[in-house]
Structure formats: structure tokens, C-alpha cells
Design a protein around this ligand. Structure first.
Ligand code: PHE
Length: 357
């Protein structure tokens, strides 16, 4: 019996998998196994012999069975261990590759502005960045002797020697698109024109190229009151703050009469700018009722149609909303800056879905 015990316990300890354990079980304690055969021999024994051998055989059977069960459990543990090792997954890894590119804040803000004005029935119009001085100045009631021409720090395009026609200019504002769109579409009209403009100026708040969005609404009965409502509606939607107040200050532009510079309500708390609260004011745009001469230059009868126009810096309102301190960084193409201030290209700004996230 000691031989049997030594043999089977040894085999059990060496068994590498469940299948070999089962084979050992059948050979040892199965119906036709060695222990069962020994049990049968009990019948041939004397009662005294049987009283000794019987319990011994039963104990051997129990011992083999529990060795089998223990080995089976440890094989299962090892198998689980192995599975866990091969199926290991680092859940701290990002689930998608990091985004590679971002939308520049100017593109983002242009989209936001477009979404807001679209809701108010304004279409988007565009014009060339290189324009004639007629569209950029004359048609906007800025004749050649007018000081505004000098004030605009205009970039003039070079003409060939001997060509005495007036030079083209890099447009100094988006207002020439007013004229082009009036010519093309007539009245009534409701448009915005976002785009790049150019002036020879460079410091922390000026770059030689920057962006504006022009607004123009023409109809038979449009007044300054409509302008004020549209702008307040716009600023509340854009800054995502209800009820932002505006302040109109009398001003002068050759292409509007009357003209107003518009401020939005703000305050500074611990050196931080808060839009839409407090009793401070921040200048954000120029505006007014379109001058009759400008409406006529656009081929529309100023006796019948009137309306408002405004021009606003896109870069400037981007800085205000997203807390960007230096305008020049917009045009440095610094990837670290773009990753920090950029926007996901997949989040299209809409009024119902949220302008910015
Ligand atoms: N064109 C003006 C500028 O660049 C802004 C403006 C547009 C003012 C329309 C009034 C009306 O400063």
C-alpha cells in the first residue's frame, strides 16, 4: 500500500494538466483502478486481516482523492494566472491616438460668429484681399484727399513703371465687401463678411495682417435700434452670457452717418477681465447707419433703402473670449501655442449644440 501511495502521489505532483490528472484518477481510484482491485481482494481475507486492510485502503483512497483535488485547484490557479498575464491591458493608455492638429482660434471664432449671425438671417459674403482703391476707399466715401486714407496705414501694391493707374491695395478693412455685395445682390440685404485685412502697424495689439467681420443690413425701415438689438444679441450669444449691455459712443466714419463706437459691459476683478458684469466698458467695434453715398455707390437707391453696418476685430474678440494675451502669437505658427489655444476640428460650433467646449 505504501508503494501504491508513493507512486500515485508522485504522479499527481508531476501532472502538468487536467487531462493527465484525470488519467491518473482512473488508474488509481477509478472503478477498475488499482485501489478498487485491492478492495476486491478484501473478500478473500480473514475478518481480522480485513479489519486492518479495509480502513487502510479507504484512507489511501481519500488521500489520493484529496491530492487530486488539490493539484486540480493549483493547476486551475496557474492557468488563470497565465490567462491574466497574456490578456493584460493597460487601461491608462489613451483610447485613441492623440489629436494631431487643432483649429486656430481665428477659424474657431469665425465659425462661432457665422453660426450666431446665420441664426439671425445673415448670409456670409466674401471679397478679395487685394482690392482696388475704389472699393477700399472711394466707394466708401473716402476720397483721395481724405485723412482716413493716411490713417489706415495702407499697403499699396507695386505697379509697373509707366503704368499710372492707381495702385491696388491690400484691403485695410472688410468694408469694401459691403460695396461688392450690394452690387451683386441688391437690396434688401443681410450679410456678414469675415476675412483678413492689412495695415502697416506692429506692436502688442497690432499686427500687419489681422481679421475683421463686417456686418451689413439694408431694408426700407432699418434703424439704429435694430443695430443695438442685433449687437447685444450677438455679444450675449458669443460670450455665452445672458443680457450683455452695450454702450454707443458718438464717433465718425466716412461711410456711416451717424456713426458710433460700441463698448460692451465689463469689469476687472483681481486683474481679470469679466465680460458682461460691472460698470466698466470695453470698446469692441465701429458701426453706424450706412451713408447714403455708400448705398448709391453699391448701386442701390438710398431714397428707398437704408440700414446699418458694423466692423469688428475677430482677433480681438477671440482674445477677449479665450484669454489670449498677445495678438502677435496668433501669427507665429508656434505649435505649442496652437496645441494650447487650438480647438478640436470635430466640434462644429452651433447655437443649439454649443458654441465652444
Ligand atoms: N471699417 C471700419 C474699421 O475698419 C469699421 C466699421 C465698419 C465702422 C462698418 C463702421 C461701419 O475701423
Amino acid at each position: 500500500m505504501d508503494d501504491l501511495k508513493g507512486k500515485y502521489l508522485g504522479q499527481i505532483a508531476d501532472a502538468a494538466d487536467e487531462a493527465s490528472l484525470e488519467a491518473i484518477r482512473l488508474a488509481a481510484v477509478g472503478k477498475k483502478g488499482e485501489v478498487a482491485l485491492k478492495m476486491r481482494e478484501l473478500g478473500k481475507m480473514t475478518p481480522e486481516e480485513r479489519q486492518v486492510a479495509g480502513p487502510q485502503l479507504n484512507a489511501l483512497k481519500d488521500e489520493i482523492n484529496s491530492a487530486l483535488a488539490a493539484r486540480k485547484a493549483s493547476l486551475a490557479d496557474a492557468a488563470l494566472e497565465e490567462r491574466l498575464r497574456t490578456e493584460w491591458l493597460d487601461v491608462t493608455l489613451p483610447s485613441r491616438p492623440a489629436r494631431q492638429g487643432t483649429l486656430h482660434p481665428i477659424s474657431q471664432v469665425t465659425e462661432e460668429v457665422t453660426a450666431i449671425f446665420a441664426e439671425m438671417g445673415f448670409a456670409v459674403a466674401e471679397g478679395p484681399r487685394i482690392d482696388t482703391d475704389w472699393y477700399n476707399f472711394d466707394a466708401l466715401n473716402i476720397p483721395s484727399h481724405h485723412p482716413a486714407r493716411a490713417e489706415m496705414d495702407t499697403f499699396y501694391m507695386h505697379r509697373k513703371d509707366g503704368d499710372n493707374r492707381p495702385p491696388h491695395v491690400l484691403r485695410t478693412h472688410t468694408s469694401p465687401v459691403q460695396i461688392r455685395t450690394m452690387e451683386e445682390m441688391g437690396a434688401p440685404l443681410r450679410i456678414i463678411c469675415p476675412g483678413g485685412v492689412y495695415r502697416a502697424d506692429y506692436d502688442q495689439t497690432h499686427t500687419p495682417m489681422f481679421h475683421q467681420v463686417e456686418g451689413l443690413a439694408l431694408d426700407r425701415d432699418i434703424s439704429m435700434a435694430n443695430l443695438k438689438w442685433v449687437l447685444e444679441e450677438f455679444f450675449s450669444a458669443y460670450f455665452e452670457i445672458d443680457g450683455i449691455k452695450t454702450r454707443f459712443r458718438a464717433s465718425h466714419f466716412p461711410f456711416t452717418e451717424p456713426s458710433a463706437e460700441v463698448d460692451i459691459q465689463c469689469s476687472w476683478v483681481d486683474g481679470q477681465l469679466r465680460i458682461g458684469e460691472g460698470d466698466g466698458w470695453m470698446e469692441v467695434l465701429g458701426s453706424g447707419m450706412v451713408h447714403p453715398k455708400v448705398i448709391a455707390a453699391g448701386g442701390i437707391d438710398p431714397e428707398v433703402y437704408q440700414g446699418f453696418a458694423f466692423g469688428m476685430g475677430i482677433d480681438r474678440i477671440a482674445m477677449l473670449k479665450y484669454g489670449i494675451p498677445d495678438l502677435r502669437a496668433f501669427f507665429d505658427s508656434d505649435l505649442r501655442w496652437l496645441r494650447h489655444y487650438g480647438f478640436s476640428a470635430l466640434d462644429t460650433p452651433t447655437l443649439h449644440g454649443g458654441l465652444s467646449r
